[in-house]
Design a protein around this ligand. Structure first.
Ligand SMILES: Cc1cc2nc3c(=O)[nH]c(=O)nc-3n(C[C@H](O)[C@H](O)[C@H](O)COP(=O)(O)O)c2cc1C
Length: 377
């Protein structure tokens, strides 16, 4: 039977050749927001490997919106130039479509690199003041953010708009706003982090207001023929936190604003959440939102095996699958999935001799079991 994972998928004027997406992955390796040779080798290597869509990591729309000093940004001309060079290399050698995730880290900004322990930078470590919907820290060990004023909200909304314009100038194919994992836009949505009493807090409708204003501004700044999406949360995994019902209502409102798809992730708003990890544990969120909100979805989280990915798309649980760690482990995941599913994938001519039919006997696939753990950045 024909693989559904390897069928094209249209979002506005963009037709992806398959349903496989490299999920956005922070590399914490930028210089004041500028991409460099690390990003070039990381992204170009994936762009030549056949995914329909390659997502560039969470990219801060303003300097204080970076999680760490190593986070990518799109808040300056230098950032734009540096990223344009990397994208040009990906286009020259690869043929994946390329999207970008635009983000603001809110109260999770000003943090150590994960491999230096994570957590808030201390004074004397070039820390900066963070902003969030309310002055509630992520935990006692994290710095308390300043409650964002209306002027902060206007500036941040404009920063999303300006970064979207920069992404359009670079010629990226798709833009996505990060509204999950406990970062600023998610912080507005969740009652656990938003206790404001003005027009941006209180009821679910008021908590949705700022993220929706940002999305409307991005849609207006982004070319009409290009798709716009969001990564949203399917559950805060906390009593009193967001649930999949909230995700359905939010997705309906997003669809009305001209959003083309949502990617369903979860967690990140509290360090106390207990997350029931297991293969495809977030897929039911993608399925429910797709069915009840009538919007295209991407499923993500512990999807690592080709037949598993195939079943998710073929059964209509999601339109696309996102994979993160499986691609770090095996950048040629798409080629190996195509072999396993009897489909064909795109190879650069330089590497085409790895294909069994081009060089019979050269079967070099070594599948390894996936590991069950969370990775929410
Ligand atoms: C190194 C690394 C960096 C990540 N950075 C981001 C990011 O920039 N934006 C985001 O939304 N998720 C980020 N994530 C989460 C992944 O996109 C993905 O949702 C998560 O790893 C679950 O998928 P997986 O089981 O296929 O790894 C990151 C994950 C990893 C492993």
């Amino acid at each position: 039977m024909t693989s559904q994972l390897f069928t094209p998928f249209a979002l506005r004027g963009l037709t992806l050749p398959n349903r496989i997406v490299v999920s956005p992955m922070c590399q914490y390796s930028a210089d004041d927001g500028c991409a460099n040779s690390w990003h070039l080798q990381h992204l170009a290597n994936l762009a030549i490997s056949g995914p329909g869509l390659l997502m560039i990591e969470a990219t801060a729309v303003e300097r204080i919106g970076r999680i760490t000093h190593g986070c990518l940004g799109l808040y300056s001309d230098n950032n734009e130039l540096a990223l344009a060079e990397v994208v040009a290399a990906c286009r020259r050698w690869g043929n994946s479509f390329i999207g970008i995730q635009l983000a603001h880290a809110g109260r999770k900004a000003s943090a150590h690199l994960p491999w230096e322990g994570g957590g808030s930078l201390a004074s004397g470590q070039d820390a900066w003041e963070t902003v969030a919907p309310s002055a509630i820290p992520l935990s006692e060990a994290w710095a308390t953010p300043r409650e964002a004023s209306l002027a902060d909200l206007a500036r941040i909304r404009d920063a999303f708009t300006e970064a979207t314009r920069r992404a359009a100038r670079i010629g990226l194919d798709l833009a996505e706003a990060h509204c999950a994992h406990g970062y600023l836009l998610h912080e507005f949505l969740s009652p656990l982090s938003n206790t404001r009493s003005d027009a941006y807090g209180g009821s679910a409708e008021k908590r949705r207001r700022f993220p929706l204003e940002v999305v409307e501004a991005m849609r207006a700044a982004w070319p009409a023929e290009k798709p716009l999406g969001l990564r949203i949360t399917g559950s805060d995994w906390m009593v009193g936190g967001l649930t999949v019902e909230d995700a359905v209502e939010f997705a309906k409102a997003l669809r009305e604003c001209g959003v083309d798809y949502v990617c369903l992730s979860s967690g990140g708003i509290s360090l106390k959440a207990s997350i029931p990890l297991g293969p495809g544990y977030q897929v039911p969120f993608a399925e429910r939102v797709r069915r009840e909100a009538g919007i295209a979805t991407r499923a993500v989280g512990l999807i690592a095996e080709p037949h598993q990915a195939e079943r998710i798309v073929a059964s209509g649980q999601a339109d696309m699958v996102g994979l993160a760690r499986a691609f770090l482990d095996d950048p040629r995941w798409v080629w190996h999935a195509a072999e396993a599913l009897g489909a064909s994938a795109s190879y650069p001519p330089q590497y085409v001799r790895t294909r069994a039919e081009v060089w019979p006997g050269a079967k070099i696939v070594r599948p390894r079991p996936a590991q069950a753990s969370a990775a929410a950045d």
